[in-house]
Design a protein around this ligand. Structure first.
Ligand code: SF4
Ligand code: SF4
Length: 60
């Protein structure tokens, strides 16, 4: 099953991923980021993140 892994240590909370999500599925908090169940795994956020803090996981 696919999912998106968020690496907090890499993220600088620039908000770029929020802007490219077509489903408003990313909640950016003060020092955390949450992908909600509105996510359709389009991977826009994974491709756009300048520091690769979002990563596609495929766990079978
Ligand atoms: S684009 Fe990347 S660095 Fe920017 S807020 Fe999103 S996850 Fe963090
Ligand atoms: S994969 Fe697509 S739908 Fe899911 S959070 Fe990222 S941009 Fe939004």
């Amino acid at each position: 099953m696919k999912s998106i892994k968020f690496n907090r240590e890499l993220c600088d909370f620039c908000g770029t991923c929020v802007g490219v999500c077509p489903h408003d599925a990313i909640e950016l908090l003060e020092s955390d980021l949450r992908i909600t169940d509105k996510c359709t795994l389009c991977m826009n956020c994974v491709y756009i993140c300048p520091v690769r803090a979002l990563e596609e996981l495929d766990e079978g």
